[in-house]
Design a protein around this ligand. Sequence first.
Ligand SMILES: NC(=O)c1ccc(NCc2ccccc2)nc1
Length: 246
Amino acid sequence: MFFDILTLFPEMFEGPFSESIINRAREKDLIEVKTINIRDYAEDKHNRTDDTPYGGGAGMVMKAGPIYRAWEQVKSQRSVESKTILMSPQGEQLTQNIVNDLAKEPGLIIICGRYEGVDERVRKTIVDREISIGDYVLTGGEIPAMVLVDAAARLLTGVLGDEESSKKDSFYNGLLEHPHYTRPREFKGLKVPDVLLSGNHQLIERWRKKESLRRTLMRREDLLKDKELTEEDKKLLKEIKAELKG
Ligand SMILES: NC(=O)c1ccc(NCc2ccccc2)nc1
């Protein structure tokens, strides 16, 4: 899978993508990450990539021309079709389901806006999907782009070793993850739950499922609404609610 990232700050990607999992994935040719500097496609003598907003008001808007020309360039260099994503606060909220979909694409072109945003003609001509990583404004779309690349790349076969499997992920089955423990058995007077030491894998799986449901009920009841619950889930939830009544 390839990620062609259109940005004014390519060097921002050096650090995060030269470390750990993403780097290993790049070395194993599982992913290719290319950054394209939008400024290289500015055409006026001042190399402008932004300008003042029509209609007045504070701030600057990214010009459509340089983004469009950078986009044409990366498009022309890829033999397979790819979706173009704009990272922006006006986008649809990124969820694991959206990441699962996007990770199936052969590649993505990701536009990182700056300033107050990008000229609307960018959306109208080349953007297939506009995505937000949350309801807050950042100085640019670069960090959201890193989030999207990280979340998608880790789902690709071979990127995570089996010790880091993404299969049982919290959002993979629509629930929050159960508590995790590792050595030592006691830390600051807090013991590991006996069931986890029992070696009884059926009991352990039941405990994990129940704790996932408990945590989801306590922290993210909204996730429970979207999930089809199995008979076992319903039974465990009944137990949890009875325990909450004390
Ligand atoms: N919440 C997000 O995903 C996000 C994305 C980008 C961003 N800032 C750059 C920008 C602002 C407006 C329009 C397009 C890009 N801030 C937050």
